[in-house]
Design a protein around this ligand. Structure first.
Ligand code: PEP
Length: 262
């Protein structure tokens, strides 16, 4: 058994990809109980909203949780096209992504909106997975820490440190998402440790328990070296999560690391 303080979490963000059959194929990968055997790894699927009922139907007993890629910051009302946190709970969602860089960049979600979405998810009893990360330009300008600190601060100011007792942070450098250009393990570790320090300034105990995932072109070929870093507690996979074998290979890598298998 390994000596990690936090078990791993491996999540798949399908974005606007996948299909009903894809959800069923993922469930079929569990036919021999493969997911349940990964007892040191929490698996989570973030499919498009429409596939959540199918995820609930086919993944219910698998040990794999499911969640949404987005949530409204409002509880209910005249918000055409939006989906509330309570509705997601009705379909068994355990978690919800908030602040994914595509939502921030393509749909104009500000730090303040992301913070309200985080709070809406928390209040409904779901785990918000707060995505943070810098653009290439920001990294080149040496602004990585300032950007990540600002994104965290918006949530800490609104929801308080205690809201991170049941929350996950995903560090997703924008320049690594969908590009094949993964952060080096050292780059990831530096930012993950920085995120933990920022949270520790608010509450050291909560910071020590928070899962911080890495996201950005993670796949079977690079997962091991990233997951071996002390503050990398799992991965948020986009492209690689669409391939069941690739996704499960990353999960098995995490399980082996957690068991201390080198
Ligand atoms: C993501 O969208 O969260 C992501 C990490 O994508 P990819 O793995 O494709 O870079």
């Amino acid at each position: 058994m390994g000596s990690r303080r936090r078990n791993f979490l491996v999540a798949g963000n399908w974005k606007m990809n996948g299909s009903l059959a894809g959800v069923q194929a993922l469930a079929a990968a569990n036919a021999d109980g493969a997911m349940a055997r990964l007892n040191l790894v929490q698996l989570v699927l973030f499919p498009p909203f429409l596939y959540l009922p199918e995820a609930q139907r086919c993944l219910g007993d698998s040990g794999m949780a499911w969640g949404a890629q987005n949530v409204s910051e409002h509880e209910s009302g005249a918000y055409t096209g939006e989906v509330s946190a309570q509705m997601l709970r009705e379909f068994g969602c355990a978690c919800v992504l908030v602040g994914h860089s595509e939502r921030r960049a393509l749909f104009g979600e500000s730090d303040a909106v992301v913070a309200h979405k985080f709070l809406a998810a928390s209040r409904a009893g779901m785990t918000p997975v707060l995505c943070v990360g810098e653009s290439l330009q920001e990294r080149e300008q040496g602004a990585t820490e300032a950007v990540v600190a600002r994104q965290l601060r918006a949530v800490l100011d609104l929801a308080g440190a205690s809201a991170f007792t049941d929350a996950v942070v995903a560090y997703e450098p924008v320049w690594a998402i969908g590009t094949g250009a993964t952060a080096t393990p050292e780059q990831a570790q530096d930012v993950h440790a920085f995120i933990r320090r920022c949270l520790a300034e608010a509450d050291a105990e909560i910071a020590a328990g928070v899962h911080i995932l890495y996201g950005g072109s993670m796949k079977r070929a690079n997962a091991r070296e990233l997951l071996a870093m002390p503050d990398v507690d799992g991965g948020l996979l986009g492209g690689a999560s669409l391939n069941v074998d690739e996704f499960m290979a990353v999960a098995i890598t995490a399980q082996r690391l957690a068991q201390g298998v080198t």
